[in-house]
Design a protein around this ligand. Structure first.
Ligand code: ZN
Length: 416
């Protein structure tokens, strides 16, 4: 499969195809980035395959229990890359890929992704998810030039990582609903063809859930294809909206919280799957609102006072509130007139909002899908408290300058 100059192969012969790809493109100098785990399961084999061709392979094996794509790690990889890194090879899952994506972009060298687990949809993405001063940032870079996914390596990945990949895909239900909502209310750009591709990728993963649970070749192949397709759709859209909405904001909120409190990290897709359950509950609540009730709420809704909003952000994000306040500037500077016209738009389009809500599966359905691959369904299973859940639902929408169901709820006081 090749699209947007991205070559993608998933199968038993993916590594041989990677070598053929490098031969065909006259690549013979590489910087391979991995961690101790991913080096053992795949990196070492890749290095030997390339060295057998008499190619130069420089390896950077990151050490430590938990690799974080923060400034310190990025600097470490850049410092060890040398002045002529050649083609970067990202051997790992989401974090290693993001670190490599960022460094390859900084160095102006292309990178090839060699995933070790079907755990996340970011492989094909152009954006690197980076931790800057405690905040999770999406930094524009470039997608890989190729992804070679060795199926037997992916099948042997920890079950929790496979389930996390499925959770990341399940999050597309609510991400797509938010994208439609933002288009409807804020006139954000929307592409129905891209949305349809994400929906199809999601359905393929759902159809393969038994195989995903058992890590069969078709199951894992289906999941990996869905994850890569989702990343391609983000690249095509030029932003993360086709694959990321309020459910990802909850996940980012918890990730930052765990980092700040120095608590153990939780897999991205595990958090996203649980968040999809919580956000689908919000859509269900919205769906059940009577027209008279929504009219009353709109009539009573007042523009959130900017000063109060800033105080909430400072309390919720003590590490670096200013970055978040800046990101929210268009909401914080909203005038009474703008707020009034926003309320009118919401009322005028309420029927369509309800249609979007009706298309989101109910929480029971999302729970049963997650359970089919033994993914966690509640925050208590990933070491988070009920308060962490409440806080995320209240504050996570401040993390991105995006209109989502949580933003709508904030303006209308829907969850009071
Ligand atoms: Zn994701």
């Amino acid at each position: 499969m090749s699209e947007n100059n991205l070559t993608y192969q998933c199968g038993e012969t993916a590594l041989q195809e990677a070598v053929a790809f490098c031969q065909a493109n006259d690549f013979h100098r590489f910087t391979l980035v991995s961690d101790t785990n991913t080096h053992a399961v795949l990196g070492k084999r890749v290095k030997e395959l390339l060295r057998a061709q008499n190619w130069a392979v420089h390896t950077i094996v990151l050490e430590g229990q938990e690799i974080i794509a923060d400034v310190a790690t990025l600097n470490e990889v850049l410092a060890h890359s040398g002045s002529d890194p050649g083609v970067y090879l990202a051997v790992g899952s989401g974090t290693i890929t993001d670190i490599t994506r960022y460094c390859s972009h900084q160095q102006g060298s292309p990178f090839i992704s060699l995933p070790t687990a079907p755990s996340v949809d970011g492989f094909a993405s152009a954006n690197a998810s980076i931790v800057v001063r405690g905040n999770k940032e999406s930094v524009p870079c470039l997608p890989p030039i190729a992804i070679f996914a060795d199926l037997s390596t992916l099948r042997q990945a920890p079950k929790t990582m496979i389930a996390a990949g499925f959770g990341d895909m399940i999050g597309k239900f609510t991400a797509l609903a938010d994208w439609k909502l933002a288009h409807l209310i804020m006139d954000d750009p929307y592409d129905a063809a891209i949305a349809a591709r994400v929906e199809k990728a999601l359905q393929i993963c759902i159809d393969h859930r038994e195989g995903i649970n058992l890590a069969t070749p078709p199951g894992i192949n289906g999941l990996m294809n869905g994850l890569v397709e989702s990343g391609i759709c983000m690249s095509l859209a030029g932003n993360s909206r086709p694959a990321s909405g309020a459910e990802h904001h909850l996940s980012h909120y918890w990730e930052m919280l765990l980092l700040r409190l120095r608590r153990p990290a939780v897999l991205h897709g595990a958090k996203v799957g649980i968040s999809a359950v919580l956000i689908s509950e919000r859509w269900q609540q919205l769906h059940s609102l009577k027209t008279g009730e929504i009219k009353r709420r709109l009539k009573n809704a007042c523009i959130p006072p900017s000063q109060k909003e800033q105080e909430i952000i400072e309390k919720a994000f003590p590490t670096n509130p200013n970055m978040i306040i800046q990101g929210q500037s268009n909401y914080l500077s909203m005038t009474e007139n703008e707020f009034s016209s926003l309320k009118k738009i919401i009322l005028r389009k309420w029927k369509k909002i309800v249609e979007i809500a009706a298309a989101v599966p109910p929480p029971e359905k999302i729970i049963s899908l997650l359970q089919s691959v033994k993914a966690p369904i509640a925050v208590s299973e990933i070491g988070l408290s009920k308060q962490d859940e409440i806080d995320a639902l209240l504050y996570a929408h401040y993390l991105r300058n995006q209109f989502t169901i949580l933003k709508l709820g904030r303006f209308l006081n829907l969850w009071d």
